[in-house]
Design a protein around this ligand. Structure first.
Ligand code: SF4
Ligand code: SF4
Length: 376
């Protein structure tokens, strides 16, 4: 039985996707390994915001539908849930195609709500974590993630998808507290993954997003799907397939520290069994700070000089105020018809860039970072 299954998939044709997702999960022993008759299964896609599936910002509805059908065929009761960053859940459900999936399969959509504290877990760093009550009410969680770049954490794959179980306003609060250091935020992401504990993670990599994701990057055809019981193994296998070292990523460095990186798993061997699309070779991750060259411990205190700052391009900005609404530090204000950032308050979490639909927020490197990058 495979630890991480990977299959090529040429398009989002619903029947093709169903067949490939089924074959993928069969490589892990079949859906019966994960869900049983009568169980309540919550499927957690990436529903960041209200965009059509063709933008490749959210998990494609046909991948979610395939997973839901397989659960139903096993006699499980299925719900689909998430907590979008800023748009209303109804709007997100309609635009992303989840409403259509819900109607076609007769399964409810739930907006995550009523955060509840998770029981203390042995391996957790953060002692108090609150996630949506719907996670505790389900017998099993299946995470259906999207392959995308991410301006703050470089990529969002299986592990990070679980951050969506933090209910709306709490996300901003976490950015304020743990977002001041990428290593700390990475620790939080690992804690949330361990708390949600999905039985299965499926990754929609048929079309992904490269460049300045998770909203304003470029869609890219990659043509594969992945699945695993272990989201860390899945993410590492995916990065290997894309030719990117996982050691660049704070979240997987934290996973290694916590003993979650399987030392004997040959990620390369897994994906070389199939022929992936050539776009996987030159996949572009955000060109931000070379986080590996920033001395440990300096991240928080030297944000101003080391870490890239968000810059609003006035000529592109439409004044929609989404950035102002999401900013956990209240560091953005409107002055006349221009948006202004208070850099003393800004923690460089890049939530503003994540929600800007107009690609009006770019990044400027700190002075010392430029110097450091030249030296190393
Ligand atoms: S989200 Fe983008 S377009 Fe909207 S106000 Fe902010 S910078 Fe301008
Ligand atoms: S201005 Fe942007 S990067 Fe800075 S704290 Fe606010 S949301 Fe985060």
């Amino acid at each position: 039985m495979e630890q991480v299954a990977i299959r090529t998939c040429a398009s989002y044709d619903p029947e093709l996707v169903y067949e490939e997702v089924k074959a993928l999960i069969d490589e892990l022993g079949g859906m019966g390994e994960f869900v049983k008759r009568g169980e309540r299964v919550l499927i957690k896609p990436n529903l960041l915001s209200a965009h059509e599936p063709s933008k490749h910002i959210t998990t494609h509805p046909h991948v979610v539908m395939a997973v839901a059908r397989l659960c139903q065929e096993r006699g499980a009761t299925v719900v689909i849930g998430d907590s979008p960053a800023i748009d209303s859940f109804q709007k997100v459900a309609k635009k992303t195609g989840m409403e259509a999936v819900s109607q076609e399969l007769g399964i409810p959509l739930v907006e995550f709500s009523n955060p509840r504290p998770a029981p203390n877990g042995e391996r957790r760093v953060f002692k108090r974590i609150e996630i949506a009550s719907q996670i505790f009410d389900a017998d099993k969680i299946i995470s259906v993630a999207k392959l995308k770049t991410h301006s703050q954490m470089l990529m969002t794959l299986g592990v990070k998808n679980n951050f969506g179980t933090v209910v709306k306003q709490r996300k901003a609060e976490w950015h304020s507290t743990a977002g001041t250091s990428r290593d700390l935020f990475a620790s939080l992401l690992i804690d949330i993954y361990l708390t949600v504990n999905p039985v299965l993670t499926v990754l929609d990599g048929i079309w992904g997003m490269e460049g300045m994701g998770p909203t304003n990057g470029s869609p890219v055809f990659l043509g594969f799907l992945m699945a695993s019981r272990d989201a860390v193994a899945l993410d590492l296998c995916c990065l290997t397939a894309l030719g990117i070292s996982w050691k660049l990523f704070p979240v997987y460095r934290q996973a290694k520290i916590r003993g979650l990186v399987e030392p004997n798993l040959s990620y390369k061997e897994l994906y070389t069994r199939i022929s992936l699309c050539s776009a996987t070779k030159g996949f572009k991750i955000p060109k931000l700070d070379s986080m590996s060259v920033i001395p440990k411990g300096l991240e928080a205190i030297s944000r101003r000089y080391l870490v890239s700052k968000p810059v609003i391009i006035d000529s592109i900005c439409k004044g929609c105020e989404r950035c102002l609404t999401i900013c956990p530090q209240k560091a953005i204000r409107k002055q006349g018809n221009k948006m202004r950032i208070d850099y003393d308050n800004c923690i460089r979490c890049y939530c503003c860039q994540e929600v800007c639909d107009f690609d009006a927020i770019t990044f400027k490197k700190g002075f010392f970072l430029k110097v450091t990058e030249k030296i190393f």
